[in-house]
Design a protein around this ligand. Structure first.
Ligand code: ADP
Length: 454
């Protein structure tokens, strides 16, 4: 708006100036032709003297000029229409005459206090010799009035435009400050925990973009606040169950007369519940570590030895249930990761493959390169995962069969840790059923060849 007004204003000034310029130019042209007429009338003369000059001027008649001056080559007046004969012989102190006597033509007009004043001066040359100068001056109040009217109009238009610009600036400033106030109020509400609050500002300008970004930010905050609450409530619930069992078991031991075998059995159960609490606490700490881990401790490493270590550690657990655990691990599967991440992923998947397997079942672990990926596959012949649960098994505390998970010593956090670890290593994890029964977990990481590093 301001720019448009300024443009209009400058257009006005420009057009006023051009009109004035045109008036000046046409005036210059008419003065030029008049002075040329006088000069050519005198160019036949050998010398200029008051008599022959007066004669020529009288012959030419009314030149329409307010002052006509003719001087000799030294600038002495031979004729001056203003002072008649009294001026003869006097040096005329006009810069235009001195200019003309040095061989230059002078034509110009200027506007002063309501009148347009035009001056023209030319040398009179005879036989290549400057023998004098002709000076014409015109004082035009008619043209001056046109210019004066033009200037008054210009001032009026400028004033109106200025007022319009001021008015629009005021409206704009008020609207702007109202919108900024709205954002400020929303920030205060957000600070007080109102995550559902949204700013309603329409438009395409920076303030609207700011409001839109603010709304996106509150959305994110709301989602993370909700998931934080959900996590705290789930975690407390998970911790409450073993604690309640411990309380119940210890009360039973204290209140009932029991034989030593039952007491041992109850105390053993208390120990198991305490172990479960410890496992949950460990996994919670692990999740916390994931959130805090800096991203600058990434290294390029071979996946094989790490997966091998996890398989080796879990082999006794598989043997206990007579599960045949095989590992087909290729060398050259290099990935960019944190040292412990691949180990944690492999450990959790293999442990689940044992926990949710059938006694005497099979568990096959494969590590190989597939195109640009390094793929880790853990397949079991276990109980499988129902289709409706397949999407949810990576959620925190989700279990398909709570009783079985508890009995197997699960916390409902293993796969969610796997999911977070895989994601932060730019990989993908998925679960699918096997045709012959059981499940297949596949993790794909981007392959990082050592030649890439070079
Ligand atoms: P948990 O500590 O209970 O094992 P996880 O997060 O590791 O928790 O797994 C979530 C749930 O997914 C488990 O409770 C179980 O029901 C199911 N699940 C995980 N792995 C397997 C598997 N290999 N076979 C069948 N079900 C599985």
């Amino acid at each position: 708006m301001l720019i448009t007004a300024a443009a209009l204003l400058s257009l006005n000034i420009y057009s006023a100036n051009t009109t004035r310029e045109m008036v000046f130019r046409s005036k210059d042209a008419s003065m030029q032709s008049k002075v040329q007429l006088v000069v050519s009338s005198m160019s036949g003369l050998e010398h200029l003297n008051p008599d022959n000059v007066t004669q020529v001027i009288t012959l030419l008649g009314d030149l329409g000029a307010d002052r006509v001056v003719v001087t000799d080559q030294e600038g002495r007046a031979l004729y001056d229409s203003l002072t008649n004969d009294n001026a003869t012989g006097r040096i005329i102190l006009l810069s235009e005459i001195f200019e003309a006597l040095t061989g230059n033509d002078v034509f110009y007009s200027f506007y002063r206090t309501g009148a347009l004043e035009s001056r023209a001066c030319m040398p009179v040359v005879s036989r290549d010799r400057t023998i004098g100068a002709i000076y014409l001056m015109e004082y035009d109040t008619g043209q001056g009035a046109i210019i004066a009217a033009l200037e008054t109009n210009l001032i009026r238009i400028s004033l109106v435009l200025g007022a319009v610009v001021l008015l629009f600036s005021l409206i704009f400033a008020l609207a702007f400050s109202r919108r900024v106030r709205l954002i400020l109020q929303s920030i205060q509400l957000l600070r007080e925990g109102e995550y559902s609050h949204k700013i309603k500002i329409r438009g395409q300008d920076e303030v609207s973009v700011l409001a839109e970004e603010f709304n996106k930010l509150t959305d994110r905050l709301r989602v993370s606040e909700e998931s934080r609450r959900q996590f705290v409530s789930d975690a407390s619930h998970e911790l409450k169950t073993p604690l309640a069992s411990i309380k119940l078991l210890s009360d039973s031991v204290l209140q009932n007369q029991m034989d030593m075998d039952t007491v041992y059995e109850f105390v053993g159960d208390i120990g198991n519940e305490a172990d479960r609490l410890t496992r949950i606490a460990q996994k919670l700490l692990e999740l916390n570590r994931l959130d805090d881990a800096p991203s600058d401790d990434l290294i390029v490493m071979e996946a094989k030895p790490v997966v091998e270590k996890a398989v080796r550690l879990l082999t006794p657990m598989a043997e206990l249930r007579n599960i045949r655990l095989t590992a087909d691990l290729e060398l050259g599967c290099t990935v960019v990761t944190r040292e412990d991440d691949i180990y944690q992923i492999a450990f959790n998947l293999v442990e689940n493959g044992i926990k949710y397997n059938i006694d005497g079942g099979r568990l096959d672990v494969t590590l190989r390169r597939e195109g640009d990926d390094v793929v880790l596959i853990v397949e079991d012949t276990g109980i499988g995962i129902p289709e409706e649960a397949r999407e949810r098994i990576f959620e925190r505390f989700y279990r398909v069969d709570k009783a079985r998970s508890r009995q197997a010593g699960g916390s409902g956090l293993g796969l969610s840790i796997v999911h977070d670890l895989v994601e932060r290593n730019y990989g993908i994890v998925s679960a699918e059923p096997r045709a012959e029964g059981g499940s297949r977990f596949t993790v794909a990481f981007p392959y990082f060849g050592l030649e890439d590093e070079e």
